[in-house]
Design a protein around this ligand. Structure first.
Ligand SMILES: [Zn+2]
Length: 250
């Protein structure tokens, strides 16, 4: 998923058990993709354009750091632009961008960003209401990206959804806030695609399905703070994708 399509080779996945799920109070919950198995994610990306010749050659299977950084920037820009373009049609007031802290090293408590009194945790991503910033653990993002670039778009659009929720009056924020953030992520990514700001490549939609398989809770949504099962999360994401932002507030 990107503005300029180019080839991204897939890496074979080592089969392993699901990694432990890490929670951050009031924030999101992701599972480290490096520790998970998902045979469906081993499909081959079909390139629609030849590789960018400006990129230096990489050994087969090497992590595409340039592509990773570019996708992070694109996901941030596309998501922010979407909300800026549509805010006044949807809500009152003017849109304000959250601050993007972006990548952090959750394995180093000294440098992990603080949200209130807590440091952001390893293998997680968060919107921090007191600081009004979004941030994502570098290992979480790199290991997800190694399975497919759609991962970074999903995580970033989801966290941005929490920033949007924090800008709205309480009554608009669903008790199922995590599912609503998934819905908003779907609205942004598919809406941006409809508007030509983003292009889905072959394989992206399967990557999104696989990502929800990884990050879904084992039990269905019952109370605020729950994320919902993979099926619930994907259904919510798809509702936003098909019907737009307003469907996330229905
Ligand atoms: Zn969340």
């Amino acid at each position: 998923m990107r503005e300029q399509v180019r080839h991204f080779p897939r890496r074979p996945l080592a089969a392993a058990v699901l990694a432990g799920v890490l929670a951050l109070t009031g924030a999101c919950e992701f599972t480290d993709p490096a520790g998970a198995s998902s045979p469906a994610a081993q499909g081959t990306r079909v390139a629609t354009r030849s590789p960018d010749p400006r990129r230096t050659a990489r050994p087969p299977g090497a992590f595409d750091e340039d592509g990773f950084q570019e996708d992070l920037r694109t996901a941030e820009t596309v998501t922010d632009d979407y909300w800026r373009r549509h805010w006044e049609r949807l809500f009152t007031g003017r849109y304000r961008s959250p601050r993007v802290v972006g990548l952090y090293n959750g394995r180093d408590p000294q440098t992990a960003p603080a949200c209130g009194d807590e440091r952001l945790q390893r293998d997680n991503a968060a919107y921090c209401p007191p600081g009004d910033f979004v941030a994502w653990d570098a290992h979480l993002m790199r290991s997800g990206y190694a399975r497919g670039d759609a991962w970074v778009y999903l995580v970033i659009a989801h966290e941005w959804g929490h920033a949007v929720q924090n800008r709205l009056r309480r009554g608009l924020v669903s008790p199922a806030a995590e599912l609503q953030a998934d819905c908003l992520a779907g609205a942004v990514l598919y809406g941006s695609s409809d508007e030509g700001a983003l292009r889905f490549e072959d394989g992206d939609e399967q990557e999104l399905v696989d990502a929800f398989q990884l990050i879904g809770d084992k039990a269905p949504w019952t109370k605020p703070g729950d994320h919902g099962t993979a099926v619930e999360r994907l259904r919510s994401f798809s509702r936003g994708g098909t019907n737009g932002v307003k469907a996330c507030f229905a």
